[in-house]
Design a protein around this ligand. Sequence first.
Ligand code: SF4
Length: 174
Amino acid sequence: MSGKLKVAFFDLAGCNGCLLSMLNRAEFYEVLGLIEIADFRLVRAERVEGPYDAAFVEGYPGSQEEIELLKQIREQAKILVALGSCACTGNLQAIRNFQGLEEAKNYVYHGRLKLDVAEVQPLDAYVPVDIYLPGCPANGDEAVYTIKCLAIGKTPELVTHAVCVECKIRDTEC
Ligand code: SF4
């Protein structure tokens, strides 16, 4: 890849814990020399329009507006990264799928949140996702590692199984 990796970070319905977990890593500031941050609402107001080499998206689309935003991000991004379990699976937010939108709005969010999507669904229910970084919050080290790999044109090698699997493979008892 020639030049810096143009990266954008977005937060849909979620708690910002995944993005904060990444910002809390000292290594994140070391990769800043390799990337151009095009959009990062938590960090600065200034925005650079796409297209992006990579977009990291935290949270799930909770409103029609956010579904449209997600589709626009997908069109603009060569690589779309689902950051955190809300983006990868719907996570705890999906509990409201058993409760109903109106009840959730009134009793959990006290009418404060703009939610108009009946069912919580992960990003890949709406658009193709290239890289999944699950975890609640997402592992900040993995997020920084992924940025670093993409910046040098390498595919990140991510562990996709739980540590329990490694013990089973080695016949290590619990
Ligand atoms: Fe927050 Fe967890 Fe969702 Fe990340 S995965 S946005 S930390 S609830």
